[in-house]
Ligand binder design. Structure first.
Ligand SMILES: Nc1ncnc2c1ncn2[C@@H]1O[C@H](COP(=O)(O)OP(=O)(O)O)[C@@H](O)[C@H]1O
Ligand SMILES: [Mg+2]
Length: 260
């Protein structure tokens, strides 16, 4: 469903990401792992056509359901983003407006993609929150982002991102701001979404423990290049790469259990 083919991405003259490839099937989870600055965010922002700072794909192609995303017009992006492809961030709370209640932001998000009344959108928001096992959705809708815990905010972010049952979910360090127990809950929730909706997920993380737990395939990046890639089992147990093995040795535990 998603093919990233030999992509090079540059902000200025010097490429930041070089010859990056990834192939993802419906219902699969791929994790991109690597230290800070290795280019992980750059890759997934390129998939969503949201490169900051004048970043450009200078080589290769990105295909979603067989069609190149690189030639998309603004209108095509508007239809695709938030519906077929959506994204969650490290701290969904920080992405939202602190001065407006969650509900108004949720309603606005829904109504940019779907023609419905504010009342219906509000109810749809509550329904989504309850699906994320957030009780008393109405209270959450009436809260300001800062009134919720980091874990709750992240669940709200996931609920929003899942509203239109995207085919592809891009998650940039979705658990990095959370304590380990909450990390484990969020990771399990993302896996349940995959099982329930057959959503394909790319999860970017510097935590190989998260990747080891949830991913079908793992790509290890360093300095803008892929240094290792393969299915989960191969990367965790049979990697030939010293870099990957060092990362594995440094893996913290997730929810009290080490998964590698
Ligand atoms: N908005 C930007 N403008 C210019 N260069 C950027 C921008 N964002 C990222 N970069 C460059 O890309 C490199 C990789 O960044 P990033 O993709 O955010 O890495 P990661 O997500 O793995 O930490 C950075 O070291 C920086 O040099
Ligand atoms: Mg990043």
């Amino acid at each position: 469903m998603l093919e990233i083919k030999d992509v090079t991405i540059s902000y200025k003259e010097r490429p930041t990401v070089k010859d990056f490839s990834l192939s993802l099937k419906q219902g699969k989870i791929c994790s991109i792992v690597g230290e800070s600055g290795s280019g992980k965010t750059t890759v997934i922002r390129a998939v969503l056509g949201l490169l900051a700072g004048g970043g450009k794909v200078t080589k290769g192609d990105i295909l979603f359901e067989g069609k190149s995303l690189l030639s998309n017009t603004k209108e095509q992006w508007r239809k695709l983003r938030g519906t077929d492809i959506s994204m969650i961030f490290q701290d969904s709370g920080a992405m939202t407006n602190q001065t407006r209640i969650i509900g108004n932001q949720f309603v606005e998000y829904i109504r940019t993609h779907k023609n419905m009344t504010k009342k219906d959108a509000w109810d749809m928001g509550i329904q989504m929150l309850e699906r994320m096992r957030l009780p008393s959705g109405d209270n959450i809708m009436k809260s300001y982002p800062f009134q919720l815990s980091g874990g709750m905010r992240q669940r709200v972010g996931i609920a929003m991102a899942m509203t239109f049952q995207p085919k592809l979910l891009l998650a940039d360090e979705p658990t990095s701001a959370l304590d380990v127990t909450t990390q484990a809950q969020i990771v399990r929730q993302m896996m349940e979404l995959r099982d329930e909706y057959r959503t394909s997920i790319i999860v970017v993380t510097h935590n190989l423990g998260v990747a080891a737990y949830m991913a079908d395939a793992i790509i290890v990046m360093k300095n803008g290049k892929i240094v290792d890639a393969g299915d989960r089992e191969q990367i965790l147990n049979h990697s030939q790469s010293d870099y990957t093995r060092n990362l594995l040795d440094a893996v913290p535990s997730l929810g009290g259990v080490r998964y590698v």
